[in-house]
Design a protein around this ligand. Structure first.
Ligand SMILES: Cc1cc2nc3c(=O)[nH]c(=O)nc-3n(C[C@H](O)[C@H](O)[C@H](O)COP(=O)(O)O)c2cc1C
Length: 388
């Protein structure tokens, strides 16, 4: 799609998803779109924003709006950054690098997933910044340390430790679709041909190359399916605060804990020298029934008492969602699926369009609410219905 067509036809994030759904083979679309089991948490992440109603004060004069925020000594042009997603390179060739470039061009940060198709070093070579690196705790603690050290050696700005992936979530769409890595795709019927063929042609040469690049050892000849199995076996449900302490010793920059939902855990994070928290439930892909991110946010914010920044991801699909999260105390939001939809539709341009949609929606919400700066967004902007 040309940049002009993108602007005209993809006017919000739901439209980007709709286009991505047409373009991608069903197993690939569902791999990104789906959640665990009943997908209750996935749905709740989006719908729980509806509890919060904006209360504008329009006579404050907001002719121009400044969307910038400070985060770990860097200025982001907008309070939205790109969160980690494994196998982004399945959606567009060099998907991670395309998304990171779009983020940098929009003046925001990009977080590379442990399961990226490009390596930590390949992304660093592009010079895009700010860039963060995300890791898990593995049974082989040396491997977690190795990923952190590799990221440190090539100048990543922050390390994100995701703590809700200690077992693989039960994603039933993937089971139903027989989704494998790399995907094995059924022959297309004639009707599907017209819309799916461009992706197939674009990705066919890539599919052979798709791998968990950070895990591949020199001379490692095992196939990707075996590698995927190995990655799953490496996860460790026995992880504990001791592992956070160990990473704290290894990593010199900001250390961010991703997937904190409990205020008790948030409080404890302070005692372990953590510099930031992402309130998240992995987009409903792990523990179905887990509280939605926006409902978990206020208690987490209260428990850290402003000592470290709290970020949020999960179901952020509108600029108004971002503004609501900020009004409840988040410093910024991360988006995951929307950037994958953007990648599927138009690579780097598609992600740029996604970020532009958020930027313009946040700007409009602020203008309509009488808010000039992000710092003006406070609790008085919201009236919240009681929790149900
Ligand atoms: C396809 C896909 C892959 C993901 N891979 C990772 C990952 O490797 N590491 C991680 O911490 N989170 C991962 N996530 C979770 C996201 O970072 C994010 O927490 C979640 O999707 C919520 O945001 P969303 O509602 O904007 O998608 C992944 C999400 C998706 C959809």
């Amino acid at each position: 799609m040309t940049p002009e067509a993108l602007r005209r036809r993809v006017y919000n994030i739901a439209e980007m998803r709709r286009h991505a759904r047409r373009i991608l083979p069903k197993p690939v679309f569902d791999f990104a779109d789906g959640g665990a089991e009943e997908e209750w948490t996935l749905r709740r992440n989006e719908s729980a924003f509806d509890r919060h109603h904006l209360v504008p004060q329009t006579l404050r004069g907001a002719a121009e709006r400044d969307l910038s925020v400070e985060l770990f000594d860097k200025t982001l042009a907008l309070p939205v950054m790109i969160g980690p997603t494994g196998l982004s390179g399945l959606f567009w060739p060099n998907g991670e690098i395309c998304a990171a470039r779009a983020a940098a061009a929009a003046g925001t940060a990009f977080c590379l997933s442990h399961a990226s198709v490009c390596t930590i070093e390949e992304l660093a070579e592009t010079g895009v910044a700010p860039r963060w690196m995300q890791v898990f705790i593995y049974k082989d603690r040396g491997f977690t340390r190795e990923l952190a050290e590799r990221a440190q050696a090539v100048g990543y700005d922050a390390l994100v430790l995701t703590i809700d992936n200690q077992l693989t979530g039960n994603r039933e769409r993937d089971v139903r679709n027989g989704f494998t890595i790399p995907p094995r795709l059924a022959p297309l019927d004639v009707a599907a041909m017209a819309t799916k063929l461009p992706w197939l042609l674009r990705m066919r040469p890539e599919l052979k190359r798709i791998t968990f690049a950070n895990y591949v050892r020199p001379g490692d000849a095992s196939g990707l399916t075996r590698l995927a199995g190995r990655v799953a076996e490496m996860l460790d449900p026995a992880m504990s605060w001791r592992d956070v302490d160990e990473l704290r010793r290894v990593w010199n920059g900001p250390l961010i804990l991703k997937s904190v939902l409990s205020p008790v855990e948030a409080r404890e994070a302070l005692q372990h020298g953590v510099d930031g928290i992402v309130v998240s439930n992995h987009g409903g892909r792990q523990l179905d029934g887990a509280v939605s991110s926006i409902e978990a946010l206020p208690d987490v914010v209260e428990s850290v008492e402003g000592r470290i920044p709290v970020l949020l991801d999960g179901g952020v699909r509108r600029g108004a969602d971002v503004v609501k999260a900020l009004a409840l105390g988040a410093r910024a939001c991360l988006i995951a699926r929307p950037q994958l939809w953007g990648l599927a539709v138009a690579g780097e341009q598609g992600v740029a369009r996604v970020l532009e949609i958020y930027r313009s929606e946040i700007d409009r919400v602020m203008g309509l609410s009488g808010l000039r700066r992000i710092a003006d967004i406070g609790a008085d902007l919201l009236r919240s219905a009681p929790r149900r």
